[in-house]
Write a protein that binds this ligand. Structure first.
Ligand SMILES: [Fe+2]
Ligand SMILES: [Fe+2]
Length: 228
């Protein structure tokens, strides 16, 4: 027979997006549900796929480099989901929690677009996505535990670094691959918006060693996801 605790878990697990009951387990089960959706369910973008240009023979010829770069971008978007989910779970104020969850929903478009582009290129996502998710979730939760202003500062700095990374990809993507370029350009515009929104919401500037550590961590991920 189900005990009340098991019964509660079962009911919430069956309907994790249902109305919150205020039970402390609510947020944990919702976080587990978000993780599973980010990792295991096909990403569903709510905005149209930005790549309007047709695939060209020249674009097809440069698939290998495009696939490697789009795999890195896809892994980055998995990490972005995890950072925002971790930050939402530990956020001090409901306003900051909602800010993080809204940003994660917008990032889900990026995840869907990268997933679609990888499919078009006949390439697979990073095998280490669960690892990127787990690590980034922990980093996001840690940033949030330092307070909402630091957590927002973490968003502003992450988005600044992602913008630089996408600039670099726009230079490295084959000129003929207009479809990947359109996806990266659309994401870049959004990331700039996310950074500006975090600053407007009260983000504080992070210390230089923290920024450096974030850069190093991101480099580890982008360097590995290219191959794995
Ligand atoms: Fe993104
Ligand atoms: Fe973003």
């Amino acid at each position: 027979m189900l005990g009340p605790f098991t019964g509660y878990c079962y009911i919430r697990a069956m309907n994790p997006s249902g109305p919150a009951t205020g039970h402390p387990l609510d947020s944990l089960i919702a976080a587990a549900d978000r993780a599973l959706r980010a990792l295991a369910a096909p990403a569903r973008a709510t905005r149209p796929y930005p790549a309007a240009a047709e695939e060209t023979p020249e674009g097809r010829a440069s698939r290998e480099e495009s696939a490697a770069l789009m795999r890195v971008n896809h892994a980055g978007e998995v990490a972005a989901q995890a950072l925002y989910h971790g930050q939402a779970l530990v956020a001090a104020s409901p306003a900051t929690r909602e800010f993080m969850l809204r940003a994660a929903r917008e990032e889900a478009d990026h995840l869907g677009w990268c997933e679609q582009r990888l499919r078009e290129l006949g390439a697979r996502p990073s095998l280490l996505n669960p690892f990127w998710y787990a690590g980034s979730f922990a980093i996001g939760a840690l940033a949030a535990a330092c307070g909402d202003r630091i957590s927002l500062g973490f968003v502003a700095e992450t988005e600044r670094q992602v913008e630089g990374h996408l600039d670099e990809h726009l230079q490295r993507l084959p000129a003929a691959d207009a479809r990947s370029r359109a996806v990266v350009a659309a994401m870049r515009a959004d990331e700039i918006g996310h950074g500006a929104a975090a600053r407007a919401a009260g983000a504080c500037e992070l210390a230089a060693p923290v920024r450096l550590l974030m850069r190093g961590t991101a480099r580890l991920m982008t360097g590995t996801a290219r191959w794995l």
